[in-house]
Ligand binder design. Structure first.
Ligand SMILES: [Zn+2]
Length: 116
C-alpha cells in the first residue's frame, strides 16, 4: 500500500494507454512508474502449483485452504491431485502466498516464471 507524500491518502493505480503510475484521489498528486514497485503494476496472472502437498497433513490443508479460499474437504481433495493448482492471481498477491508457503515448507511451482 502506497500513500500520498503530500496528504497521506492511499494512492490509486493509474493506468492509461501510455502511462502507468499512482495517483492520489484526494489531492491529485501523482507518482511516476519508476518509483513504484513493478510487482504492484504487474498485470500478469500467475498460477501457483503445489508440489509436495500432503492430503493427510492437516497443517498443509489449513495453509492451502487459506490460500485457495476453499473449505477443508475441498482442499483435501485438491491435495490428492498431482501438482494441483492452488492459486491464480496477480504478482502482489502471489508474493504474499509465496511467503506463506515458504514459512510452511511447502514446495511449489509458479507459472509463468516468477520474475521478482
Ligand atoms: Zn494527496
Amino acid at each position: 500500500m502506497f500513500t500520498c507524500e503530500k496528504c497521506g491518502a492511499v494512492l490509486q493505480k493509474l493506468q492509461g494507454d501510455s502511462t502507468i503510475g499512482m495517483i492520489c484521489p484526494n489531492c491529485s498528486w501523482s507518482v511516476v512508474s519508476t518509483r513504484i514497485s513493478p510487482i504492484l503494476l504487474d498485470e500478469t496472472d500467475f498460477y501457483v502449483y503445489l508440489k509436495n502437498g500432503n492430503p493427510k497433513d492437516s497443517e498443509h490443508i489449513k495453509v492451502v485452504s487459506k490460500i485457495s479460499g476453499k473449505n477443508f474437504l475441498s482442499t483435501r481433495a485438491t491435495l490428492m491431485q498431482d501438482e494441483p493448482l492452488i492459486f491464480k492471481g496477480k504478482a502482489n498477491q502471489v508474493s504474499e502466498i509465496k511467503e506463506l508457503l515458504d514459512t510452511n515448507h511447502l514446495i511449489y511451482n509458479i507459472r509463468p516464471d516468477w520474475p521478482y
